[in-house]
Design a protein. Structure first.
Length: 305
């Protein structure tokens, strides 16, 4: 792009104080940009663009390289065209707030087990694992985590069906100082307002929305909090303060057990917590079912079913 053309583009762009381009100037700038893109991009031999491999739960999109001057102008165009528009925020659902309040009441009424630092928190879960190009494994997983988080743990994965074939394998779980231990979870606030503030501050700038990120963070603590009634209740009451949750009357967890669901997020980012309709016991989610949780003395020791 020569200096005269740059000057012409600069003349077409709005002044810094203009929040939105007028429609005629927007069309004029679009036409000018397309002419520049066509003129500068065509003479160069460019290999075919191949869609980039991105992590699961994201859309795969091709990336096209543009000359620097044009890329800057395109950015200005999109910023100007989108100025003043705010993303739609989720709303509160009275039915969901009422259900979360009832679940919290039930959770708070449970007894707190006596737990020693030399013991292990045992969980047994069930879910599906995608095997690339082959299908899905239906598996159960048992985990043993040290109560204080300072000793190694154990994971035992049992494939029930799927392309990997039936069988079990054990994995050592090295003590991870970044993982939340039972004792650390025990120190979480039991006041709902403080729990909400703790979760909200910890998820600033995360997720497709802040609300979804906060609810997802709460969801990561629900398994362990099952053994901590006051913390468990505070988590559900904090969730009731966050908009964007809706009730699903007929939901199923990842093991196929029916219940009532609480959903948040949209599309591939949608999560569903599932609860027994009568007892309101947490069954897990549509991704991972919680089959058992308890306290044991030794690695490899299971709870009675």
């Amino acid at each position: 792009m020569n200096p005269a053309e740059r000057e012409e583009l600069a003349r077409l762009l709005p002044s810094p104080g203009d929040p939105v381009l007028q429609s005629d100037r927007l069309r004029q700038l679009e036409n000018r940009l397309m002419q520049e893109i066509t003129r500068e991009a065509i003479p160069q031999a460019t290999p075919a663009v191949v869609p980039e491999q991105l992590p699961a739960r994201r859309n795969t999109r091709a990336r096209i390289a543009l000359p620097i001057g044009i890329a800057a102008a395109v950015s200005a165009l999109f910023l100007a065209a989108g100025a003043g528009s705010e993303p739609e925020r989720p709303a509160f659902d009275d039915e969901a707030v009422g259900l979360l309040t009832r679940i919290a009441t039930v959770a708070a009424a449970k007894n707190t087990p006596s737990v020693r630092d030399d013991q292990y928190i045992y969980t047994r879960t069930q879910g599906m694992q995608q095997i690339a190009g082959e299908g899905e494994d239906n598996f159960q997983r048992s985990d043993w985590h040290a109560v204080n988080g300072k000793r190694d743990g154990l994971a035992r994965i049992t494939v029930l069906s799927g392309p990997s074939g039936k069988g079990s394998m054990d994995m050592k779980l090295a003590a991870d100082p970044n993982a939340t231990s039972y004792r650390e979870l025990q120190e979480m606030p039991t006041d709902p307002d403080k729990m909400y503030n703790t979760v909200w501050e910890a998820t600033q700038g995360q997720g497709p929305t802040h609300e979804a990120a906060a609810l997802e963070q709460i969801g990561t603590m629900l398994q362990g909090a099952t053994l901590l009634p006051e913390v468990d209740a505070a988590l559900y009451r904090a969730a009731a303060m966050i908009p964007g949750v809706s009730v699903i009357d007929s939901a199923k967890d990842a093991a196929g057990r029916p219940g009532v669901g609480l959903a948040f997020g949209i599309g591939d980012d949608r999560d569903v917590w599932v609860f027994d309709k009568k007892s309101l016991t947490y069954l897990g989610s549509d991704d991972v079912a919680l089959l058992q949780v308890g306290v044991v003395d030794h690695l490899g020791q299971a709870l009675n079913r």
